[in-house]
Design a protein around this ligand. Structure first.
Ligand code: SF4
Ligand code: SF4
Ligand code: SF4
Length: 423
């Protein structure tokens, strides 16, 4: 075991290999508040990469309804439970947030790698605590779709009370879109006895070498997000490849510009923003004040990693849903949830502009600038002032090409009188 620095946990942690960071890291932000569960992303991935024989149950992109849904079923609850068994009562956060090296304070519990050293139940003494899902758990990708839960005492089975108000609804669910997180410390890679899994130095994308893989499924057992899949026809494991030809700028549609992945580009709800993050020598994010992902994660602090306590340092970030009870969200996104929701619910001028970049262009935005416009609206949200300025945000690709220009206020198009009744 080596000691590596995990900034999401605010501390060093044990990992089977020495630290080695890519030049830049594939990363993304999903805004759960805007996901409509339409599964367009899911089908975009399936029709591009997993339409062949033996790939029937592979959903490299999936969208599950929380709290009950999950693919495979109960993947997160099962891993959380294994960690609790390994470290009863100890999975806690502490300390105050400091800088880019500890923005969520310090995690005092055990990661999946650390827990594996002491845990003798299923998953131990492997390189990471985990489990192999059953065939039944992989059988259906969207169980419990649109299935809400009620926190009202004595109201079991009566979900629709109506009159739900922010900040938290008593009856709730939300959609959680997921792909491989192309983790900084991938558990899949750590667990592979064939060294078939590697993390590309040029962009941090995690891939499985199909020549080396023998289908032992150690990756599937170790990945806490359950994002590798076994293919019976080839007897190898496969996973999300982050649409790397597009990220490399090889999709003809991009005319040489690096493009966002298929699942990102097809998102109907415009919930997704993808980027490439420059890293420091210790793996922390290099300050890039006007990179949209850096801004959302480290400046506005509205986007948080998914289950950071697992310890893989996932590179997928989520703007948490506003209406969901906080204890559930703190377990899923860590202790900074309250601040993230407050910042998102009453956005400042810059955040309102940056949120317009989501889903606007299929090329990867590296930098933005904002041109100030007039104030067009003012209100109060739970005692805090919210002002809307019709600013213009301009996005640039890494080579300086202008790729996006859009305003905060959507333009109003009036249907010409001659077409008024034509539908
Ligand atoms: S999400 Fe799972 S499969 Fe993807 S890199 Fe992380 S550990 Fe590996
Ligand atoms: S990034 Fe590409 S390969 Fe990965 S889930 Fe999205 S569409 Fe599929
Ligand atoms: S396409 Fe976008 S809005 Fe639709 S389910 Fe996928 S992430 Fe959600």
């Amino acid at each position: 075991m080596s000691n590596v620095f995990n900034w999401q946990l605010g501390r060093e942690m044990e990992y089977p290999y020495a630290a080695a960071y890519p030049d830049q890291q594939f990363a993304f932000v999903f805004n759960t508040n805007r996901c409509i569960g339409c599964q367009t992303c899911t089908m975009a991935c399936k029709s591009t990469w997993t339409f062949s024989k033996g790939q029937e149950y592979m959903w490299w992109n999936n969208v599950e309804t929380k709290p009950y849904g999950g693919y495979p079923q109960h993947w997160d609850i099962k891993t959380l439970d294994l960690l609790e068994q390994a470290n009863p009562g100890g999975q806690r956060w502490g300390g105050a947030p400091t800088d880019l090296k500890a923005p969520y304070g310090k995690f005092n519990g055990k990661t999946i790698f650390e827990a594996a050293r002491t845990f003798l139940g299923p998953g131990g003494p492997n390189r990471a605590v985990g489990y192999l899902p059953t065939d039944e758990e992989w059988a259906a990708p969207n169980r419990y779709e649109d299935h809400p839960v009620s926190s009202e005492a004595g109201e079991k089975g009566r979900y629709f009370k109506g009159g739900e108000l922010l900040p938290e609804h008593k009856t709730w669910f939300f959609y959680l879109a997921r792909i491989c997180n192309h983790c900084t410390y991938p558990a899949c890679l750590a667990a592979c006895p064939r060294n078939a899994i590697y993390k590309r130095p040029e962009d941090g994308i995690v891939l499985i070498d199909q020549e080396r893989c023998r289908g032992y499924r150690k990756c599937m057992e170790a990945c806490p997000y359950k994002k590798t899949y076994y293919r019976g026809t080839t007897r190898t494991s496969e996973k999300c490849i982050a649409c790397y030809p597009r990220v490399e700028g090889k999709d003809p549609a991009g005319a040489g510009q690096p493009m966002v992945t298929r699942c990102m580009a097809s998102c109907i709800g415009q919930i997704r923003l993808q980027g490439l993050i420059q890293l420091n020598a210790d793996g922390t994010w290099r300050a890039a004040r006007h990179n949209p992902l850096f801004y959302l994660v480290h400046v506005a602090k509205v986007a948080l990693p998914l289950y950071p306590q697992f310890g893989t340092e996932p590179n997928g970030y989520y703007i948490p849903p506003r209406w969901v009870p906080r204890p559930y969200l703190r377990q899923m996104f860590g202790p900074a949830v309250d601040e993230a929701i407050e910042n998102y619910s009453v956005p400042d001028r810059e955040l309102l502009a940056v949120l317009q970049l989501f889903g606007k262009d299929p090329r990867i935005c590296d930098r933005y600038e904002i041109k100030e416009g007039p104030k067009v609206f003012e209100t109060e949200v739970r005692g805090r002032k919210l002002a809307l300025y019709n600013d213009t945000i301009i996005g640039y690709a890494k080579d300086g090409t202008k790729i996006i220009e859009t305003t905060v206020e959507e333009p109003l198009h009036l249907r010409p009188q001659k077409h008024a009744n034509s539908i």
